[in-house]
Ligand binder design. Structure first.
Ligand SMILES: Nc1ncnc2c1ncn2[C@@H]1O[C@H](COP(=O)(O)OP(=O)(O)O)[C@@H](O)[C@H]1O
Ligand SMILES: O=P(O)(O)OC[C@H]1O[C@](O)(COP(=O)(O)O)[C@@H](O)[C@@H]1O
Length: 313
């Protein structure tokens, strides 16, 4: 069972527009509402592919009740923890060519007592977990070492921990020795203080994260694919997308696919890439089901350090 913790979940509203013009009144073509937050999405993707998962999720206010209702409707196995502050809403403006502009709210603070309750829920549920996935940003006021603390507890108890977060929380977590981290290009550059312009830069920075404490590093590189570094091995892979609709949730789908396929080596990397590409082809932050996933376009090989990265970072 894969247990996910999302301290800062969201209602994800995706608004489809023709094109983005600052300062204009934009008439939207359509809008979608999805339950969101990184760990929530990992659990959604796993459920859609019949892999057992449970999501620990704080929820508050009308938005929080709506989040829980949407997750229940999807059939997610979850531990919803009521909190005082309202769950945030994140907005994505999606253009027809697949370009997305995201506005993520900071979320509302969790009190120390609420954080203790959430930590207790994770510790209890982790008894029957193979993996604990700690994902997403921290709401205001939450100590930056919260994921690091979980890493230390679980790795000491022999439970594997994956972390997907950003900024100081990622740096702290890496030092606590997680089994796996999944930064994107920007997060990797920020955590290591190095600009990342080519595949060689990714290899150097991922090596730095391993030297800082992470066991395996799965770096997602947007349209450039992904690079996996574990032990002394490095693989690079990509999986082109025919029709891009929304990349929101693609990183979460990648982590879910990677974990579902055993979280090691080329098979897991290929599965992560296939799930991520499928997510990019779906509207909003919909997670791919088996019928959406096409493994035939995945290419895995040795990385070429000189290869420049073309997608944003
Ligand atoms: N434009 C794209 N074309 C093909 N694959 C993509 C594209 N955007 C994202 N992906 C896939 O989704 C994965 C995660 O996307 P990325 O933007 O790196 O992560 P995150 O969503 O965490 O920021 C990438 O590694 C890649 O496999
Ligand atoms: O916690 P953060 O970093 O604000 O991110 C939350 C957002 O990320 C998502 O989980 C999508 O993540 P990815 O695009 O990185 O896979 C959205 O559902 C959510 O709105």
């Amino acid at each position: 069972m894969i247990l996910t913790l999302t301290l800062n979940p969201s209602l994800d509203r995706t608004i489809e527009i023709g094109s983005l013009t600052r300062g204009a009144v934009i008439r939207a073509a359509a809008a979608h509402l999805d339950p969101g937050g990184k760990g929530v999405n990992v659990s959604r993707a796993l459920l859609a592919n019949q892999v057992r998962s449970c999501a620990v999720v704080p929820f508050g206010g009308d938005e929080g009740r709506q989040l829980v209702a949407l997750l229940s409707a999807e059939g997610i196995d979850m531990i919803p923890v009521p909190v005082a502050g309202a769950t945030r809403s994140n907005v994505t403006l999606a253009e027809p060519d697949g370009t997305v502009t995201k506005v993520n709210e900071p979320g509302t603070a969790l009190s120390p007592a609420e954080l203790d309750t959430l930590g207790g829920a994770v510790l209890d549920a982790a008894q029957s977990a193979d993996w604990v996935v700690a994902s997403g940003s921290l709401p205001p006021g939450v100590p930056v070492d919260v994921y690091a603390d979980l890493c230390r507890r679980f790795t000491a108890a022999g439970i594997q921990v994956a972390v997907d977060t950003s900024g100081p929380a990622l740096v702290e977590a890496v030092a606590a020795g997680p089994t796996l981290v999944k930064p994107n290009r920007e997060e990797l550059a920020e955590a290591t203080g190095t600009p990342i312009m080519c595949v060689g830069d990714v290899i150097a920075a991922a090596g730095k994260l391993r030297a800082m404490g992470a066991r395996s590093v799965l770096t997602s590189l947007g349209a450039d694919g992904a690079l996996l570094m574990e032990d002394d091995q490095v693989w690079y892979g990509e999986c082109p997308v025919e029709a891009r609709r929304s990349s929101v949730g693609a990183g979460d789908a990648m982590l879910a696919g990677f974990l579902a396929a055993g979280a090691r080596g080329t098979r897991a990397l290929a599965e992560g890439l296939a799930w991520a590409s499928a997510a990019v082809g779906l509207r909003g932050s919909r997670m791919p089901a088996p019928a959406d996933i096409d493994r035939s376009a995945v290419r895995i090989g040795a990385p070429d350090p000189a290869q420049p990265l073309v997608s944003g970072g």
